[in-house]
Design a protein around this ligand. Structure first.
Ligand SMILES: NC(=O)c1ccc[n+]([C@@H]2O[C@H](COP(=O)([O-])OP(=O)(O)OC[C@H]3O[C@@H](n4cnc5c(N)ncnc54)[C@H](OP(=O)(O)O)[C@@H]3O)[C@@H](O)[C@H]2O)c1
Length: 288
C-alpha cells in the first residue's frame, strides 16, 4: 500500500471475530499508514448483522416473519389462511429462507399446515455449496418446537429429500418411545429444559443453536411461537407482510399470541422501520 502511495485508510468497523479483530488495522498502522475506524459503522454492522450478533454473543440473530391482513389477522374467523399475500411476497419469504441458516415453527403450525419449510423458487446458482438444493438454493435447517413430541410421524418435515436436517426441540415430558421413533426416521431430537407452562425453553435453545453455528434464525410462526419470542424479547428484526385485505372477526387470530404487555409503557419499541411493496402487499421491516 505504501508503495502505491496510499497514506490513509478509512474502515467502517473492525471484524468482531476475536481471531482477527484489529489485526489488519494494527498491521497498517505499523507500516506508517493513518487508519481511521468508525465511518458508517452502524450501516456496516447492518450489512453483517447476523455475523456480528453471533460472534459477539454466541446466539443467532433472530428474525420474526408473519403475514396478515391489513387489520392484523392471520386467518379468517372460519380458520382460512392460505393465501393472504400474493406470489411476490411469498417468493420473498422463500428468499429469506435461503438467506438465513435456520427456520423455526411451533408444532401447532405442523398440525395446521404440514409445512415443508424448504426453499421453493425457480432455478438459481448459489455460491454456498453446503445444503444446496436441486434448484440451486440453500435450504435452512428446520426446527420445530414440540415439547411433548405431539407431531405425527407422517409429518412431511420428517420425510424430506433436503440437504438440510430437521431438528425437533422437545422437553423431558416427551415420551421416550416417540423420541426413538423420530430418531429411527433419521431426524434429530433436541432435549431442552421446559419453561413455565411446560414449553420448550427458548433461551437455552438459542444457545444450543449458536453452538451449532446457526448464525441466523427465521421464526415463521404461528402466533403462539412468535408471541413467546416477542414476550421474551428475543427478536432482533421483524418482517411483517400486510395483504390489502380486511378480515375482522373477534375470534380471527392475530400475528402474535403469548402474554403480550399489560401496560403501554412496556410495549416493545420498534425502530428503523422500512416499508416496501411486493405486488399488492406491503412489507414492514424493523428492529427491536
Ligand atoms: N400468517 C402467518 O404468517 C403464519 C405463519 C405460520 C403459521 N401460521 C398459522 O398459525 C397457526 C398455528 O399457530 P399456533 O399459534 O396455533 O401454533 P404454533 O405457534 O405453530 O405452535 C404452538 C405450539 O408449539 C409448542 N411450543 C413448544 N414450545 C413453545 C414455546 N416456547 N413457545 C410457543 N410454543 C411452543 C406448543 O405445543 P406443545 O405444548 O405441545 O409443545 C404450542 O402449543 C396455523 O393456523 C398456521 O397456519 C400463520
Amino acid at each position: 500500500m505504501l508503495n502505491a502511495g496510499i497514506r490513509r485508510v478509512v474502515m467502517a468497523t473492525r471484524d468482531p471475530n476475536p481471531r482477527v479483530n484489529g489485526g489488519g488495522a494494527e498491521f497498517l498502522q505499523a507500516q506508517g499508514l493513518q487508519v481511521e475506524i468508525g465511518l458508517l459503522a452502524e450501516e456496516a454492522r447492518r450489512l453483517n448483522e447476523a455475523w456480528f450478533k453471533w460472534v459477539e454473543t454466541g446466539l443467532p440473530f433472530v428474525v420474526a416473519k408473519a403475514a396478515a391482513s391489513l387489520d392484523g389477522k392471520t386467518a379468517t374467523a372460519g380458520g382460512e389462511s392460505q393465501w393472504l399475500t400474493g406470489e411476490q411476497a411469498r417468493s420473498y419469504g422463500h428468499q429469506l429462507r435461503h438467506e438465513l441458516d435456520a427456520i423455526l415453527v411451533g408444532v401447532g403450525t405442523v398440525f395446521a399446515d404440514d409445512p415443508q419449510l424448504t426453499v421453493r423458487l425457480p432455478k438459481h446458482t448459489t455460491k454456498n455449496e453446503k445444503r444446496k438444493t436441486k434448484n440451486g438454493f440453500k435450504d435452512p435447517v428446520r426446527i420445530v418446537l414440540d415439547s411433548r413430541l405431539r407431531l405425527p410421524l407422517s409429518a412431511r418435515l420428517l420425510h424430506l429429500d433436503s440437504p438440510a436436517p430437521t431438528w425437533i426441540a422437545c422437553t423431558p415430558a416427551a415420551p421416550k418411545d416417540k423420541i426413538q421413533e423420530i430418531r429411527d426416521l433419521g431426524v434429530e431430537v433436541l432435549m431442552l429444559h421446559s419453561e413455565p407452562g411446560g414449553l420448550v425453553a427458548l433461551k437455552p435453545l438459542l444457545a444450543e443453536l449458536g453452538s451449532r453455528r446457526i448464525q441466523s434464525l427465521l421464526v415463521e410462526g404461528g402466533a403462539e411461537t412468535l408471541g413467546s419470542f416477542f414476550d421474551q424479547r428475543l427478536v432482533d428484526k421483524f418482517y411483517f407482510f400486510y395483504a390489502p385485505k380486511i378480515l375482522g372477526g373477534k375470534t380471527a387470530p392475530g400475528m402474535l399470541a403469548g402474554a403480550g404487555v399489560k401496560h403501554l409503557g412496556n410495549a416493545l419499541q420498534a425502530k428503523d422501520l422500512e416499508v416496501r411493496k411486493f405486488g399488492p402487499d406491503l412489507l414492514v421491516t424493523g428492529y427491536l
